[in-house]
Design a protein around this ligand. Structure first.
Ligand SMILES: Nc1ncnc2c1ncn2[C@@H]1O[C@H](COP(=O)(O)OP(=O)(O)OP(=O)(O)O)[C@@H](O)[C@H]1O
Ligand SMILES: [Mg+2]
Length: 275
C-alpha cells in the first residue's frame, strides 16, 4: 500500500515508477552507481525529461559530456530537450522568460569560480587555486545556487531553498573527487548539507571503479536516500552486453527488491523488464 502524504516524483521510466510505489519520494537524494556503459547517463536523461514534461525546472550538471551531446543522445530516445528553453550557465544568453533547464558544464563552473574570486579579492592563494581547478565542490554549490536564481525559483537573493520543486542532476559527482577519493565522503556530505532541500529531488551519478568494484563515490551511497545500482554481466563469459539494475534502497518506500533486466532501445531509451 502506498504511504499517504509522500509526494512521488516520476523517474520517467514507467516500470521503475511502478517498482517505487509511484516514484521517488520528493526531496530525495538518489545515487546512481555503476560501471561504464550500464545506462547511468541515459537514466539521468529520463529523469530530466520527466521533469520538463511535468513542468519542473531542471538543473543539469554535466562533467562527462558536453550538453550538446546529451541533447543528441536523448533525441535517439525520443526526448527532444531542444523543444524546451535551455540556458547554459557559461554563456551570456539572456531570456525574457525563465529557462526550463539550466546546464552547468566545466565552463559554467569556471565562470562561477571566476566570479567567486572577484568577490573575495583578499582570499588566500591556495583557496583561489583550488577553485580554478573547476571541479571544486564549493564552486559546484555556488553554481547550483546561481542556477536556482536563473530559473527564478528563489524568492529573493538571500533564499537558499527553492520555493518550487526542482530536479537536480549531477553526472557525475565522481569527477569532483577523482584525484582525491578519500574526500568522497566529506564532499558528498558538504554538498548534501548545502543543497539537500525539501523541494529538490536529485540524481547523483557515481562511477564504479572496475578494478576495485568499489564506487569512487564511496560515501555517497551512505548519505543518499536511495540507490539505483546498474551493472553488466562479464562480457568475456557471456559474449554479449547484458545489463541489470536494482533498487538497493529508497527511503519511505516498499520498493521492488529483485533486479530488472535493463535494455537500451533506440527510440525508447531504458526499458526494464522483470525476469
Ligand atoms: N541509439 C542507441 N540505441 C541503442 N543503444 C544505445 C544507443 N545509444 C547508446 N546506446 C547504448 O547506451 C550505452 C551508453 O549508456 P550511458 O551513456 O547511459 O552509460 P553510462 O553508464 O553513463 O556510462 P559511463 O560511465 O561511461 O558514463 C552505450 O554504450 C550503448 O550501448
Ligand atoms: Mg555516463
Amino acid at each position: 500500500m502506498a504511504h499517504t502524504g509522500t509526494i512521488r516524483i516520476s523517474t520517467g521510466i514507467r516500470e521503475l515508477d511502478e517498482a517505487l510505489e509511484g516514484g521517488i519520494p520528493k526531496g530525495s537524494w538518489v545515487a546512481i552507481t555503476g560501471e561504464p556503459g550500464t545506462g547511468k547517463s541515459i537514466m539521468c536523461m529520463h529523469f530530466a525529461w520527466a521533469g520538463l514534461l511535468a513542468g519542473d525546472p531542471v538543473v543539469y550538471v554535466t562533467t562527462e559530456a558536453e550538453f550538446r551531446d546529451i541533447v543528441r543522445q536523448a533525441k535517439m530516445f525520443a526526448m527532444d530537450f531542444e523543444s524546451y528553453r535551455i540556458l547554459d550557465l557559461s554563456s551570456k544568453q539572456e531570456y525574457s522568460q525563465s529557462p526550463d533547464i539550466v546546464v552547468i558544464d566545466i565552463f559554467g563552473l569556471l565562470k562561477i569560480a571566476r566570479q567567486m574570486s572577484e568577490q573575495n579579492p583578499l582570499e588566500p592563494e591556495n583557496i583561489r587555486r583550488k577553485r580554478y581547478a573547476a571541479l571544486d565542490i564549493q564552486t559546484l554549490i555556488a553554481a547550483i545556487h546561481e542556477a536556482y536564481r536563473v530559473l527564478g525559483v528563489l524568492r529573493d537573493d538571500k533564499a537558499k531553498s527553492p520555493y518550487k520543486h526542482v530536479r537536480l542532476i549531477i553526472d557525475s559527482l565522481s569527477a569532483f573527487w577523482a584525484d582525491k577519493p578519500a574526500m568522497a565522503r566529506k564532499y558528498s556530505y558538504d554538498l548534501k548539507i548545502a543543497t539537500h532541500r525539501e523541494n529538490v529531488t536529485a540524481y547523483l551519478v557515481s562511477q564504479y571503479a572496475m578494478t576495485t568494484r568499489s564506487t569512487f563515490g564511496f560515501g555517497l551511497e551512505h548519505i543518499a536516500d536511495g540507490v539505483f545500482h546498474l551493472w553488466m554481466e562479464d562480457v568475456e563469459s557471456t559474449h554479449e552486453v547484458k545489463r541489470y539494475m536494482i533498487i538497493k534502497k529508497m527511503r519511505m518506500t516498499n520498493h521492488r527488491r529483485k533486479a530488472f533486466k535493463l535494455d537500451i532501445v533506440e527510440g525508447r531509451g531504458l526499458i526494464l523488464t522483470t525476469e
